[in-house]
Design a protein around this ligand. Sequence first.
Ligand code: FAD
Ligand code: SF4
Length: 322
Amino acid sequence: MNSFEYMQPNNLESASKFLVKNNSSYAFAGGTDILGLIKDDIVAPKQLVNLKKINSLNFIRHDNENGLSIGALTKLSDIENNEIVRTKFSLLSQAISEVATLQLRNVGTIGGNICQRPRCFYFRGDFDCIRKGGDTCFALTGNNKYHCIVGGGPCYIVHPSDSAVALLALNAKFKIFNGKDETVIPAKDFFVLPDVDDMKENILKDGEILTEIIIPNPNTETVSKYIKVKERGAWDFALVSIAGVFNIKNKKILDGKITFGGVAPIPWEEETLNAKLKNISIDEKSINQLSDSAFNKTDALEMNSYKIPLAKNLIKKLLLEI
Ligand SMILES: Cc1cc2nc3c(=O)[nH]c(=O)nc-3n(C[C@H](O)[C@H](O)[C@H](O)COP(=O)(O)OP(=O)(O)OC[C@H]3O[C@@H](n4cnc5c(N)ncnc54)[C@H](O)[C@@H]3O)c2cc1C
Ligand code: SF4
């Protein structure tokens, strides 16, 4: 483990200044991911900038006009157990309850969960792969059981965050501070595919901080659900997960959105599937048609084509359960 300077700014401007000063500075929120990366020599920061002293980033607010607003430093367990989140935005609460263990959710933050690094065991191990600046993807010819089936190349990670899959389905927006100004972007524009940048998972530049997550109010007919398939019953990352938000009336989906985890380097939307979620009856025929319309064009690797029927069957399960 390398030596590093440890900074504890109490406002956003200073935090951003420290982060931009040195391009091997890292933000430190709950520390549940970044400390593991430092101890395993995957990253070697010169400065570690603790964001936890910035009190203005720890909040959950709701109003009927603007919806739900969550500060990036809010702990996952505080969001999971918040009464408004549980009742009005239950998809987020369900997805967060699937993150890791209670102990990790008591420490990890929503900003850290969205910005966490991938779990590919070559990336986490002693392999100088493309995502670490090398020129080889070891997963391509190695063990690729847990890797992506869509959106891959030249790197084939899956995005590890459960909360991000729910936030994409909920049409969330992310607020980013760049040292001077704040910008708000749709969650789907935050994440980047490896063919755009094979060393980063999101658009944040040096010094930029994710500050807030904003989720519009659902309407009164909204039904939602998160399902996560793991290899084992105890805590684990998703083999495939699915989130769905639907406006339903008289057994008909008026409109809706389905998103997936565990299939792509970013939280994933199958556009052909979502385009069909308009004025459609929830019956056996349409459920089969919806499932058939997804994941027909994939780049599954040697060991992960099992994810195609798994994702298709999760669409059926989700629709039957809602
Ligand atoms: C054993 C284990 C099991 C896990 N299982 C799951 C799981 O099933 N599902 C799941 O979703 N996650 C899982 N995780 C990941 C866990 O949820 C994350 O470690 C946690 O959410 C990260 O939050 P943190 O606040 O501790 O982030 P940190 O470790 O502090 O930071 C993580 C990364 O985000 C950056 N960062 C943090 N906050 C910000 C910000 N506001 N702006 C910009 N960059 C920022 C940091 O620089 C760092 O690169 C697991 C982790 C472990 C260790
Ligand atoms: S999938 Fe990405 S992170 Fe994993 S070995 Fe290949 S390049 Fe590295």
